[in-house]
Design a binder for this molecule. Structure first.
Ligand code: ARG
Length: 398
C-alpha cells in the first residue's frame, strides 16, 4: 500500500493544487483534511468534494468550532492575549487546533506524514510543524509551497492543465486567513505601510466613521469565561459569534500594525477582530475589579509571555502549559457583569459589578462614610521611603 500524507486543506488554490503536486513529487496518497474553525464563506461540503475532485484519496471535514472556542479562544481570553499589545493571535490560535486534527487523522489512517500550504516566510509553517512535532514526533511535515517549490504562477498553470475545479482566486491580491476569532489580511498594496487600508479590506467590521447611535451591552463572566450577553445564556462560541456581530457593527477591533514575525521579517498586517477586542476589554476590566493588586500586576507580565509563546508556535510546550495553570488559578474570582458601550470603533467599559469585587466604597470615598484612617498613611510613607532616604544620604554625599 502506498504511503499516505494528510494535508491541511483550505479549499483554496495552493492546497488544491498541492494535492496533485504532493502526490506527483512524493508518490504518497493524499488525504485532505479541512478543519472548520468558523472561517465562514464556503460550504464545508463543497470544500470536501473539491479535494476529491483534485485527486485526494479521502477527504475529511472536522467541525472544530466548539473545540476551538472552548480550548483555544477561552484560554486566550483569560490571558488577555495580545501579541505586541495589539494582535489577538487570530491565526496563531487556529494552527494548534488544526495541527491536532492532522495528527489524530494521521494516526487513524496510518499516514506517516502531514502537509500544509504555508510558504517559507511566515509564522504559520513554524506553528504547524512545531505543534505536530510536540503531538506526534514520529510524523514528518511536508510543505509543498515551500519544500516542493510550488509557486502561485505554477499553481495556476497546474490547475489549468489538470482542469482542476478551482475558482480563479488568482486575482485577489490579498492573503487572507480567518476564523471566528478574527481575520488577517496581508500583501497587495498593504505591503507599503504608508498606504492606508481601504474599506474593501474589511468583512467582519463596518466602517466606524459612519455615525450611528451607540449600543450598550452587558457581558456576564463566570471565572473568566463569558456566560451571558444581556442576560441571555451563551456558550463560548455563541459569545464570540454574537459579539462579532454586535461589536463588528460599530467597527470595533480594526488593527493595523507592522508586526515582528518569528522568522525575523517585519510585516504589515491588517486585522479585524471585533469579538476578541470587546471581550478582552471587558475581561481585563473585570480582573481589575476582582483581583488583588500584586496578582493583577504580575499577571500582566505573564500575559505578554503567554502571547509571545503562542505567537511563536509553542502552544504545546511545557512553559505554556505551566502558565495556563497559573492563569487558570487567577480566574477563580473573575465573575460578574461588565457593561460595554459600542460606538465609533471602540468598546468602552461604562459599568462593572461583581459579587467578588474588591472595590470597597467606604475605603474609596472622599464623601462621608469614609472608613480609611488617613493618619496611618504618615507612618506608612515614613517606612516606605526609608530605603530611598538612606541611599540618598550616601548618593548625595559626594
Ligand atoms: N501575521 C499573522 C500571524 O502570523 C497572520 C498570518 C495570517 N496568514 C495569512 N495567510 N494571511 O499570526
Amino acid at each position: 500500500m502506498a504511503e499516505r500524507v494528510v494535508l491541511a486543506y483550505s479549499g483554496g488554490l495552493d492546497t488544491s493544487v498541492g494535492i496533485g503536486w504532493l502526490r506527483d513529487a512524493t508518490g504518497k496518497e493524499v488525504v485532505a483534511l479541512a478543519v472548520d474553525v468558523g472561517q465562514g464563506g464556503e460550504d464545508m461540503d463543497d470544500i470536501r468534494q473539491r479535494a476529491l475532485d483534485c485527486g485526494a484519496v479521502e477527504s475529511i471535514v472536522v467541525d472544530a468550532k466548539e473545540e476551538f472556542a472552548n480550548d483555544f479562544l477561552m484560554p486566550a481570553l483569560k490571558a488577555n492575549a495580545l501579541y505586541q499589545k495589539r494582535y489577538p493571535l487570530v491565526s496563531a490560535l487556529s494552527r494548534p487546533v488544526i495541527a491536532k486534527h492532522l495528527a489524530i487523522t494521521a494516526h487513524e489512517l496510518g499516514a506517516n506524514s502531514v502537509a500544509h500550504g504555508c510558504t517559507g516566510k511566515g509564522n504559520d509553517q513554524v506553528r504547524f510543524e512545531a505543534a505536530v512535532a510536540a503531538l506526534a514526533p514520529e510524523l514528518t511535515s511536508i510543505a509543498p509551497v515551500r519544500d516542493l517549490a510550488l509557486t502561485r504562477d505554477k499553481a495556476i498553470v497546474y490547475a489549468e492543465e489538470h482542469n482542476l475545479p478551482i475558482r480563479q482566486s488568482a486575482k485577489n491580491p490579498y492573503s487572507i486567513d480567518k476564523n471566528v476569532w478574527g481575520r488577517a489580511v496581508e500583501t497587495g498594496f498593504l505591503e507599503d505601510p504608508w498606504n492606508a487600508p481601504i474599506e474593501d479590506l474589511y468583512e467582519y467590521t463596518m466602517d466606524p466613521s459612519v455615525a450611528k447611535p451607540a449600543d450598550e451591552i452587558v457581558i456576564t463572566f463566570s471565572s473568566g469565561i463569558p456566560t451571558a450577553i444581556d442576560g441571555v445564556a451563551v456558550t463560548p462560541l455563541q459569545a464570540v459569534e454574537k459579539l462579532n456581530e454586535l461589536a463588528g457593527k460599530h467597527g470595533v477591533g480594526r488593527i493595523d500594525v507592522v508586526e515582528d514575525r518569528l522568522v525575523g521579517i517585519k510585516s504589515r498586517e491588517v486585522y479585524e477582530a471585533p469579538a476578541a477586542i470587546a471581550l478582552i476589554e471587558a475581561h481585563e476590566a473585570l480582573e481589575s475589579l476582582t483581583m488583588e493588586r500584586d496578582l493583577n500586576r504580575y499577571k500582566r507580565g505573564v500575559e505578554a509571555e503567554w502571547a509571545n509563546l503562542v505567537y511563536d508556535g509553542l502552544w504545546y510546550s511545557g512553559l505554556k502549559r505551566a502558565l495556563d495553570v497559573f492563569i487558570d488559578d487567577t480566574q477563580r474570582f473573575v465573575s460578574g457583569d461588565i457593561r460595554l458601550k459600542l460606538q465609533g470603533g471602540r468598546a468602552t467599559v461604562t459599568g462593572q459589578k461583581s459579587e467578588q469585587s474588591l472595590y470597597d466604597f467606604s475605603l474609596a470615598t472622599y464623601d462621608t462614610g469614609d472608613t480609611f484612617d488617613q493618619s496611618l498613611s504618615k507612618g506608612f510613607i515614613e517606612i516606605w521611603s526609608l530605603p530611598s532616604k538612606i541611599s540618598a544620604r550616601r548618593d548625595l554625599k559626594g
